[in-house]
Design a protein around this ligand. Structure first.
Ligand SMILES: [Zn+2]
Length: 199
């Protein structure tokens, strides 16, 4: 802590130590990442944000990664039983996850791409913050539910129907939407909200 003061870190506050300056010094230089508004969107279910964060970092333990760690596991995707399970396959080259993505696109009236959906979110130019946050929450929720369905399929040998998965996603996002008290604050999006079944 003494070196923090000696290196002039706190002298800008007139040589006075504050909790904020001490914390910032201890944390060091922070790397800025572009996906923060999507992954840590306030409308996201927290567990969806966590899995979406691991997903953007490509750290989910897909079978190709397990093999790299020396584990002897069957490599094929449990959901389509055709292709090797990799990060790119699971999100969203797999016929199963693509079927889920198609349903989400139909539900929201958008065209989320199979490649780089988080990047796509960042390029959205909706004037409505509410609409943007609903779409972000749906994309992160979809990533979470695909990973959840994959684990359920792997462990219990049960594959959730894409229609059921999408209904589950709609339910999660709707609960978050209603808890945010958006109703009446963005009248321009009223018809869109009706269209996606939230009103
Ligand atoms: Zn597959």
């Amino acid at each position: 802590m003494k070196s923090g003061f000696v290196q002039d870190q706190w002298s800008m506050n007139g040589g006075r130590y504050t909790t904020v300056s001490g914390y910032e010094w201890l944390m060091g230089t922070q790397i800025q990442v572009p996906w923060v508004p999507v992954v840590w969107n306030r409308l996201n279910v927290p567990k969806h944000s966590f899995i979406a964060w691991v997903y953007v970092e490509q750290r989910l333990l897909t079978k190709d990664r397990l093999c790299k760690f020396g584990m002897a596991v069957p490599t094929e995707c449990d959901m389509c039983m055709v292709h090797p399970e990799t990060h790119a396959h699971l999100f969203f080259e797999c016929s199963y996850s693509r079927a889920c993505l198609d349903r989400v696109n139909e539900w929201l009236g958008v065209r989320i791409p199979v490649c780089e959906p988080i990047q796509w979110c960042l390029q959205l130019r909706y004037k409505s913050l509410m609409k943007k946050q609903v779409v972000f929450a749906a994309v992160c929720g979809l990533v979470y539910l695909i990973w959840w369905a994959r684990n359920k399929c792997r462990l219990e040998k049960v594959l959730t129907h894409p229609a059921i998965l999408t209904q589950e996603l709609q339910k999660h996002v709707q609960i978050r939407y209603q808890n945010q008290h958006w109703r009446g604050k963005d009248q321009r999006q009223g018809s869109w909200i009706t269209q996606i079944g939230f009103s």
